[in-house]
Design a protein around this ligand. Structure first.
Ligand SMILES: C[S@@+](CC[C@H](N)C(=O)[O-])C[C@H]1O[C@@H](n2cnc3c(N)ncnc32)[C@H](O)[C@@H]1O
Length: 215
């Protein structure tokens, strides 16, 4: 049975796909041609957003015209699927390391709604003017100061009404008490309320997706 999560996310035989206008594989994923569009396999082992959806994520606010600020874009694996979903919107993709950024740059040259930004997400004032008017912040950065990075971006991008924050607990604190680290981290989030948390196990251990709504 096919289950459609939104117009651009399709589930077939337990597997997720994004509907795409692009036939080129980004990270070796399977592409299926369907009349005048393509279905791109969305691998949950490669993308935490796919994993969260398969694990029962309830709140999903990325729409076809969304403007998404993506922090920690790497080579663009998840960015490419968000670009399929927000196909009439824009993905502002921030990455600090040059090596993954060069692949991200290539990806952006083949798509018209990805804007790559080579910057440290700790300095949102440096890309505030470029990524103007974003609706959603997506952050996947495994750094000790993940929450501080998120707070500084949420202050810079006040138009963002919701956010998807991935918390890699071991990067924040190496102790074993996950629940204590998670609740301490969540308490430090400013300006947003938590509407849902998803434990990404078995796809990613000690990693949570936190869905946030602006207060
Ligand atoms: C876990 S990977 C992201 C994977 C990607 N979100 C995906 O699903 O395709 C984390 C990325 O964050 C980047 N990163 C780490 N610190 C950063 C910072 N301060 N600013 C921007 N990017 C950063 C790393 O270089 C790395 O590419």
């Amino acid at each position: 049975m096919n289950r459609i999560f939104n117009d651009r996310i399709i589930q077939r035989s337990g597997k997720l796909f994004t509907k795409s206008s692009y036939s080129r594989s980004v990270y070796g994923e399977q592409i299926i041609r369907v009349s005048d569009y393509y279905l791109r396999y969305w691998n949950p082992k490669r993308s935490k957003l796919s994993a969260a959806i398969l694990l029962g994520l309830k709140h999903f606010w990325i729409e076809e015209d969304s403007s998404v600020l993506y922090l920690g874009a790497s080579t663009g694996t998840t960015v490419s699927h968000i670009s399929d979903i927000a196909h009439r919107g824009t993905v502002f993709a921030v990455e600090v390391s040059y090596e993954p950024f060069s692949k991200l740059l290539k990806l952006s040259e083949s798509r018209d709604n990805i804007l790559p930004i080579l910057e440290d997400a700790r300095n949102p004032d440096r890309y505030g003017m470029i990524a103007h008017g974003v609706n959603i912040i997506y952050q996947d950065i495994s750094q000790r100061d993940q929450i501080e990075i998120f707070n500084s971006n949420s202050k810079e991008f006040r138009t963002a009404r919701s956010a998807i924050l991935i918390l890699k607990l071991r990067s924040i604190d190496s102790s074993r008490n996950d629940m204590a680290i998670l609740s301490k981290s969540i308490r430090k989030i400013e300006g947003f309320v938590v509407v849902e948390t998803v434990d990404l196990n078995p796809y990613d251990s000690n990693t949570y997706m936190v869905i946030l709504r602006r207060k």
